[in-house]
Write a protein that binds this ligand. Structure first.
Ligand code: NBG
Length: 806
């Protein structure tokens, strides 16, 4: 692209949209104009891509997800459009610094953790591979929350990521649809068919906002469609307003818009639950209505829907897709039950992302039937037919109907609905998929064995290597050429240089510079000095007991105790870095944050430690922070209780950037170890089998473990006696979880093995050459974890869609 063209486009945009020029524009105006120019380029390709899809009548994937943690778009769009260099030059000539502009962008608050980031990586891969796809989600006004750490505690503030607008979206008011909640549904017979009549429903207008998802240097642009809830008629009650009753005037507006206001409203109370349920039905119904509308415009019969459309549900949150598609096919388009059911099952596929029982969604029947009455009728009928076919067709011995029934114990079980109404059910790493088949979903596996399959997660190497780690990217390209960018499996070429000292040095220098950059960032953000020559040991992920941040901090305390006992203890200086948000109502997790910060305060300020141990909690973890932190990490902490982490994707990002994984054999860690070899990781702890066995036999006693380990006794004592300068009883929830609660996630049980593994890290790091070799090998084998590979499998095995790139 011509530099002059870019400059002119920016100047024209500043004048046309904002009546200003480069000299007079505020930084925000400059950002807006630049983003808007880039968006125009994206949208031109979006139009061309849409035309191509329509012309070739290709099958399309619709990926439904409550979360799309897409991260900032300005730089990644420039990279994917292949115009970053030209753009930087054009801006320089205009006296604008591209890096400063990049920093202006807020991280979209559209996700929470791995599930949402996976959806974003998938969107990137689908566009880059020319797979016709559309994402479907919610345009949350306030995202999750902004985390502040005050006195060591997590404090949640609203994440107003939209306050300066979102430069990449296009509001499509004329493509709005109506979604109905509540009211009454009657089913009179009209011409021999039941025709639902709705009365007193609450109608909400769903307005789509489209965001372009740009493929890497291939001119393909797919679309992410995010729905926002608005009032159907007037935005406010004018007569109440005229009478001065302002809160009443805007009451209905705020009730309606609350549907798309926050991601995961606190569902520890019933009102939160209702809102969550409404959110789920809202975006699914809106998304499906728009799919059917577009499909019918193609002039194709609905009977062939599954040949042209694949609907993917990312976890159970969009499981309403099953009954809603039935409703649209039967009630709105006059298909019969059998026909509609075949189409639905053949169209929908489901991915399970967790075995944690609290995350397997269940809705009380009363709530469900009140909020979505027609959907409840359909789910009820699906279940009746399921029960009938179980006793008349499948006849599986010892299978009790209550273990299969979608409606059971007064609740609607969404995971059960998802399995029954999909043609494919997949887990996200090999062990996880096995646990689904043989444990958590064994009953369903016995009924539908052919549906179950595995698709190991992946990450887009374009964001997590090419964009996040430009130094490593250039070094790799110098050593092995640039084919890895389009063919990530080519990273394996690096393996040939495993023993090449020059290459090792080059990569070591990259890591050192990344660490210095990160240290400067930490200084700016937290005012804490960290030493780039220490080991950067990072655990960055949602805060959850099963992920065992607690075990990490307990080991740090133990290390500190060792220094107290032996002031000349010889350890490689280590910086322990944590980054994590805890769900607002998850008190135990919030205590762990407080413990990390209390330990940090004591240890970081203790002269006896003399900088050998530093503990750092990075506040408000998100995609942009991860992009800075991961390239600087030496050690990647993946220490979940075996069986509990479905896959993990952070583990893949860290290894790709040359960190050594310290891990239990859980989730995708197992496949990482198969790829890089156990000798190039540090593995410890109980296996999945051991954990499942211990769960089954209930033979575990946390007290016995403590009794036999002096280190643990000392730590427990320190937690209860105010050693960390915290108030009395500060860590009571943690203590209750460990002792009377009997340590559900085996933190104490795995502690010794973990401390041992940490000592191994210390030893390994001293042999700089071998460490660098291990690091190189990790990057070399990371190509297989590119989401391009994952998407290729989904496309072939589940969706039956083809790339439009010939
Ligand atoms: C998460 C799992 C991770 C997994 C991601 C993406 C949920 C419900 N699940 O292990 O905990 O990597 O999904 O599959 O967020």
């Amino acid at each position: 692209m011509e530099i002059e063209t870019i400059k002119n486009d920016i100047i024209k945009k500043l004048a046309g949209n904002f009546s200003t020029d480069v000299e007079g524009a505020t930084p925000l105006r400059k950002y807006d104009a630049i983003a808007s120019v880039i968006k125009d380029y994206c949208n031109e390709n979006l139009l061309a891509t849409r035309r191509q899809y329509a012309k070739e009548k290709v099958k399309q994937v619709y990926y439904f997800s409550m979360e799309f943690l897409i991260g900032r778009l300005l730089e990644s769009n420039l990279i994917n459009l292949g115009i970053k260099e030209e753009f930087a030059q054009a801006l320089r000539e205009l006296g604008i610094d591209l890096d400063e502009i990049i920093e202006m962008e807020a991280d979209p608050g559209l996700g929470n953790g791995g599930l949402g980031r996976l959806a974003a990586c998938f969107m990137d891969s689908m566009a880059s591979m020319g797979i016709p796809a559309q994402g479907c989600g919610i345009r949350y006004q306030y995202g999750l929350f902004e985390q502040k750490i005050i006195n060591g505690y997590q404090v949640e503030l609203p994440d107003s990521w939209l306050k300066n607008g979102f430069a990449w979206e296009t509001r499509k008011a004329d493509s709005s649809v109506i979604v109905n909640f509540g009211g009454r549904v009657d089913l009179p017979l009209v011409n021999g068919k039941m025709k639902p009549i709705y009365s007193d429903a609450e109608s909400v207008k769903a307005v789509p906002y489209d965001v372009s998802i740009v493929g890497y240097e291939n001119k393909i642009v797919n679309k992410l469609r995010l729905w926002s809830a608005e009032n159907v008629d007037q935005d406010f009650d004018f007569s109440a307003f005229c009478q001065g009753d302002y809160s009443k005037a805007f009451e209905s507006k705020s009730i309606v818009s609350s549907i798309s206001q926050v991601l995961y409203p606190d569902d520890s109370n019933d009102r939160g639950k209702v809102l969550r349920l409404k959110q789920e039905y809202f975006f699914v119904s809106a998304g499906l209505q728009s799919i059917i509308r577009d499909y019918l415009k193609l002039g194709l019969p609905l009977q062939e829907l599954h040949e042209h459309v694949a609907i993917h549900i990312n976890d159970t949150h969009p499981a309403f897709a099953i009954p809603e598609l039935m409703r649209l096919l039967m009630d709105e388009n006059d298909l019969g039950w059998e026909e509609a059911w075949n189409i639905t099952v053949n169209t929908v596929a489901y991915t399970n992302h967790t075995i944690m029982s609290e995350a397997l969604e269940k809705w009380p029947v009363k709530m469900f039937s009140q909020i979505v009455p027609r959907i409840f009728m359909i789910v009820y009928e699906i279940n009746e037919r399921l029960m009938y076919s179980l006793s008349n067709e499948y006849k599986i011995p010892d299978l009790r109907s209550e273990d299969i029934s979608i409606i059971e114990g007064g609740c609607v079980h969404m995971a059960r609905l998802a399995v029954v109404g999909s043609h494919s059910v997949n887990g996200v790493a090999k062990v996880h998929s096995e646990i689904l088949k043989h444990d958590v979903m064994n009953n369903f596996y016995r009924v539908y064995p052919e549906r179950f399959n595995n698709k190991t997660n992946g990450i887009t190497h374009r964001r997590w290597l090419l964009k996040a780690n430009p130094r490593l990217s250039s070094a790799l390209t110098e050593v092995i050429g640039d084919s890895w960018i389009k063919k990530p499996n080519d990273l394996i070429k690096l393996k040939d240089f495993e023993h090449d000292i020059e290459v090792q040095k080059k990569l070591a220098a990259v890591k050192r510079e990344n660490k210095t950059d990160f240290a400067n960032y930490v200084m700016k953000k937290r005012g804490v000095k960290i030493d780039p020559d220490s080991i950067f040991d990072v655990q960055a992920k949602r805060l959850h007991s099963y992920k065992r941040q607690l075990m990490n901090v307990m080991n740090i305390i133990d290390l500190y105790n060792r220094v107290l006992d032996n002031p000349s203890l010889d350890i490689v200086p280590r910086t322990f870095i944590f980054a994590a948000k805890a769900s607002p109502s998850y008190f135990l997790a919030k205590q762990v944050i407080k413990l990390i910060n209390s330990a940090a305060e004591k240890i970081n300020n203790d002269k006896a430690v003399d900088g050998r141990i530093k503990v750092l909690f990075m506040e408000n973890y998100g995609v942009s922070m991860a992009e800075r932190m991961i390239p600087a990490a030496d050690v990647s902490e993946q220490i979940s209780t075996a069986s509990k982490e479905a896959s993990g994707t952070g583990n893949m990002k860290f290894m790709m950037n040359g960190a050594i994984t310290l891990a239990t054999m859980d989730g995708a860690n197992v496949e990482i170890s198969e790829a890089v070899g156990k000798e190039n990781m540090v593995i410890f702890g109980m296996s999945v089998q051991e954990v499942l066995e211990l769960n089954r036999t209930c033979a575990y006693s946390a007290m016995n473990v403590i009794r036999d380990d002096m280190r643990l006794q000392r730590i427990v004592n320190q937690l209860t006696t105010g050693f960390f300068n915290a108030a009395n009883g500060e860590f009571n929830d943690i203590m209750r979880h460990l002792i009377p609660g009997n340590d559900e996630y085996y933190v104490l049980k795995d502690f010794a093995a973990y401390a041992d593994a940490q000592n191994r890290i210390d030893k390994l790091y001293r042999d700089r050459e071998n460490w660098q070799r291990m690091s190189l090998v990790n990057t070399a084998y990371s190509g297989r974890f590119s989401s391009d590979n994952t998407i290729a499998e989904y496309a072939k095995d589940i969706w039956n869609v083809k790339s439009v790139i010939k």
